[in-house]
Write a protein that binds this ligand. Structure first.
Ligand code: C2O
Ligand code: CU
Length: 478
């Protein structure tokens, strides 16, 4: 699973990332060859650990997926499918250094699985039916066990008929706290989603419609934050918040506007950024997370701050922050960051190892198929037929995504992080890793990646309807 090179270098532990939250591999003394891939790999070493911490103890959770009713606005009841009776599902909080055991009980009328989005789990725990495990039949249970290797904001959701199961309400948040959490005044989560409700106020039961498939998936007529129409937050001036945003929508992209606040992005898709970044211009496509470091300035005393989404033409209210008159002292500490995020300035001189062309065609079960390199994935219950693209573990690689269509495609790679190195052929140093990158119409995106975990990992569009209609493939790391 790990090359001898990695194993050798595990002995060179000792340098810690920001916060001392994770042991990392010290700079790698690679072969003296001038080979570009080796140099890029050398630059990568220490960006995040290849092995997880040694778990000191286990945290155990039971999650039951079942139909239920939750309260909707104006007190009406909404029939949903939910984890532990709530939408969003539970927030599982663990700390780096703990192992996790989650027993999933399936009381749904369909098979299901749970995928731990962004978490570098062992392949067998990745929750992909037909690829890493059989689907969990109604009435059955499955126990997931893993030790998180990274602190950060992650989430979980079914990987079986996601376009229906996520939309009906199945998703939850997994927070892996730093080994030594910083003294924020508060650590908050905003789960962003939308519902498509019919005139009767119920979830529109028509999934995978020709319209949604031909466009950017299913966009609701009702956005939610933490399952409510909008979030209301009452704070004292001076408070310093860690705000974790997660986009769990099937298709909707959010662009929350934090310009009224002192808010800086400190983590993208779980991992800390190289330095704190201006929150302006950040978008959350389905699957993405953003962690913000927010300080409520004393000057905001008594004010009300509205946070709106600006992705669509009409701004959509997301949250109201009411600042009390009371002033508290702001916790002082440097914003967490990861200076070891590589620049990979030479990366665009490296050859492209894998190219994924994204497109659509007529045909298939839904009348339209979304394809990757002219193939529509036939997954679900049966094991998909290869051959698939292959990458070597512990080596630097370049992947190119080419959007040949006019629709949005947030492309997600399981079990790995990657870094955007170019957009439309223009070199780019995004100062952070990601696990999901949004491609807009006719865009191409190049990423650098060092796969660390062996196994068949999914690569797919996170717009659930596109994935359901074939936009999914396997990347074999071996
Ligand atoms: Cu959150 Cu395969 O995805
Ligand atoms: Cu897509």
């Amino acid at each position: 699973m790990c090359s001898s090179v990695t194993r050798r270098n595990r002995l060179a532990y000792g340098t810690a990332v920001a916060l001392g939250s994770a042991l990392v591999i010290a700079a790698w003394a690679g072969p003296a060859s001038g080979d570009l891939g080796d140099r890029l790999l050398t630059e990568f070493r220490g960006a995040y650990p290849s092995a997880g911490p040694h778990a000191t103890h286990e945290r155990s959770f039971d999650i039951r997926a079942a139909p239920t009713e939750v309260e909707q606005i104006d007190g009406r009841r909404l029939a949903v499918w939910a984890y532990n009776g709530q939408v969003p599902g539970p927030i599982l909080r663990v700390r780096l250094g703990e192992s996790v055991r989650i027993a999933l009980i399936n009381d749904l009328p369909q098979p299901t699985t749970v995928h731990w989005h962004g978490v570098r789990v062992p392949n067998a725990m990745d929750g992909v039916p037909g690829v890493t495990q059989p689907p969990i039949a109604p009435g059955e249970r499955f126990v997931y066990r893993f030790t998180p290797k990274d602190a950060g904001t992650f989430w979980f959701h079914p990987h079986h008929h996601g376009s229906e199961q996520l939309e009906r309400g199945l998703y939850g948040v997994l927070i892996v706290e730093d080994a030594k959490p910083l003294p924020w005044s508060r650590d908050l989560v905003w789960v962003l989603d939308d519902w498509l409700l019919g005139a009767d106020g119920a979830i529109d039961p028509r999934f995978n419609t020709p319209h949604d498939l031909a466009h950017d998936g299913r966009w609701g007529n009702f956005t939610t934050v933490n399952g409510k129409r909008t979030e209301t937050l009452t704070v004292r001036a001076g408070e310093r918040l860690r705000l974790r945003l997660v986009n769990t929508a099937n298709g909707r992209v959010f662009a929350p506007d934090f310009s009224g606040l002192d808010a800086r992005v400190i983590a993208v898709d779980g991992l800390y950024t190289r330095e704190p970044l201006d929150a302006k211009g950040f978008e959350l496509a389905p699957g993405n997370r953003l962690d913000l470091d927010v300080t409520i300035d004393a000057a905001e005393r008594g004010r009300t701050i509205e946070i709106v989404d600006r992705f669509t033409r009409e701004p959509i209210p997301l949250a109201t922050i009411r600042v009390l008159d009371e002033v508290v002292e702001t916790p002082r500490f440097a914003s967490p960051s990861n200076r070891r995020v590589p620049r990979w300035a030479q990366a665009t001189s490296a050859p492209v190892d894998v190219e994924y062309r994204l497109n659509a065609r007529r045909g298939g079960e839904y009348g339209i198929e979304w394809t990757i390199n002219d193939r529509a994935f036939a997954g679900h219950d049966q094991s998909p037929a290869g051959p698939f693209e292959r990458l070597e573990p512990n080596r630097w690689h370049r992947i190119r995504f080419v959007n040949e269509s006019f629709r949005l495609h947030p492309m997600h790679i399981h079990g790995q992080f990657f870094k955007v190195i170019a957009r439309n052929g223009v070199p780019l140093d995004e100062p952070y890793f990601r696990d999901t990158v949004l491609l807009k119409r006719k865009e191409s995106v190049d990423v650098g990646i060092v796969p660390l975990g062996a196994g068949p990992w999914m690569v797919h569009c996170h717009i659930q309807e596109h994935a359901e209609a074939g936009m999914m493939t396997v990347l074999d790391v071996k």
